[in-house]
Design a protein around this ligand. Structure first.
Ligand code: KG4
Ligand code: ZN
Length: 337
């Protein structure tokens, strides 16, 4: 039995978790900073770093106590060291290095996006690989071929705005609470996705890359009028705003589904896993499994608790690195990209 403490501070969630053998989550504590950033309509890096400093110590204690663990039960410490906001990453990396040194435990540096890509395996004692992993978060939209926890091949990625970023920017255009993703998901249920048609950027017949900046601009002009960037929202009815939210969400989901099916065709694989904050989206969760089933493929979404940023996925992937001897020195660096 191998027990890892995971630490995650790459953006605006301060998180710690204890995971046994890479899949059995004993505790998963997440302190969201949404209330601190909401009035600015986006994450403010300095505020995020300060909140991580204030909260991380207590969150690590809480994760250990919820798991019924002391330091003697921990075999290694896994921490997100890239990519993310460098000031935020630094807090987690420094804390993890300090614990590693003070407790004499090995340190493991984990890539946050790879952790999202492998997060669908959490809770499974036998992993779902080989699979196509769709990672859709605030900073990334990527398709990977995953043949094992340490065998990830990037097939396609965002060329501009990530899927979550587009949800957040459209949320701002529609004056919805931050972050836009969950707010649009909720509002879209009251709208009709067929009333306003938004573009589906497929980027050529063979491309597995994503582009969501065009659709964001299309929503801006739909709300304000062609070429105009403000002043239109007040004139729209609540029903019209819900229809726009539904139409936007449907277009994004259509692209995500179409590209994932392309990746299945390209590789001949028959399993899809989905991770990252946008994996919590209701329409994606209903559309993608049906589309996969129609191709004879299975689809596993990451359990909701591990979709948005969390440390369980860091400890889980960290386990597979640890058992392969992929440990880091105290020189481990935080890297933005
Ligand atoms: O993975 P995550 O927590 O952070 C990053 O690594 O970026 O993803 C956050 C993103 C935000 O853009 C948020 O709006 C989006 O995930 N999100 C959603 C939903 N829940 C969170 N997007 C669409 N529908 C949702 N239900
Ligand atoms: Zn993330």
């Amino acid at each position: 039995m191998t027990t890892l403490l995971g630490i995650e501070t790459s953006c605006d969630e301060t998180a710690a978790a204890v995971v046994v053998d890479g899949w059995n989550v004993r505790s998963n504590v997440v302190a969201s900073q949404i209330e601190l950033h909401a009035k600015y309509g986006g994450v403010v890096p300095e505020i995020a770093s300060r909140a991580h400093i204030e909260r991380l110590d207590g969150i690590v204690r809480e994760a250990l106590s919820a798991a019924g663990c002391g330091r003697e039960d921990i075999d290694a410490i896994a921490v997100t060291h890239r990519p993310g906001l460098v000031g935020s990453l630094l807090i987690g990396v420094t804390a993890a290095k300090t614990l590693s040194w003070a407790w004499c435990k090995p340190l493991v540096g984990v890539n946050h996006i790879e952790a999202h890509a492998c997060s669908a395996a959490i809770g499974l004692d036998s992993p779902p690989w080989p699979a196509i992993a769709l990672v859709v978060s605030g900073g990334h939209s990527s398709l990977y071929r995953v043949d094992g926890f340490r065998e990830l091949t990037l097939l396609g990625q965002t060329t501009d705005d990530a899927a979550g970023e587009a949800f957040d920017k459209v949320g701002t255009i529609l004056n919805l609470p931050f972050p836009g993703g969950p707010a649009i998901d909720k509002l879209a249920r009251e709208g009709d996705p067929s009333v306003v048609a938004f573009p589906r950027a497929m980027l050529g017949r063979d491309s597995l890359d994503f582009s969501f900046s065009g659709i964001k601009t299309a929503v801006l002009y739909e709300v304000n009028g062609p070429g105009r960037t403000s002043g239109g929202l007040e004139r729209l009815s609540a029903k019209r705003i819900a229809d726009i939210a539904a139409g936007f969400q449907a277009a994004v989901v259509d692209v995500l589904v179409a590209k994932t099916l392309r990746a299945l065709d390209r590789t001949g694989l028959s399993c899809v896993v989905v991770g990252g904050g946008v994996a919590a989206n209701g329409r994606l969760r209903s559309r993608l499994p049906d589309a996969c089933a129609a191709r004879g493929a299975t689809c596993r979404f990451t359990p909701m608790a591990y979709c948005t940023d969390n440390a369980a996925m860091i400890a889980a992937l960290g386990h597979h690195q640890f058992i392969r001897g992929e440990t880091a020195s105290l020189g481990l660096d935080a890297q933005a990209g």
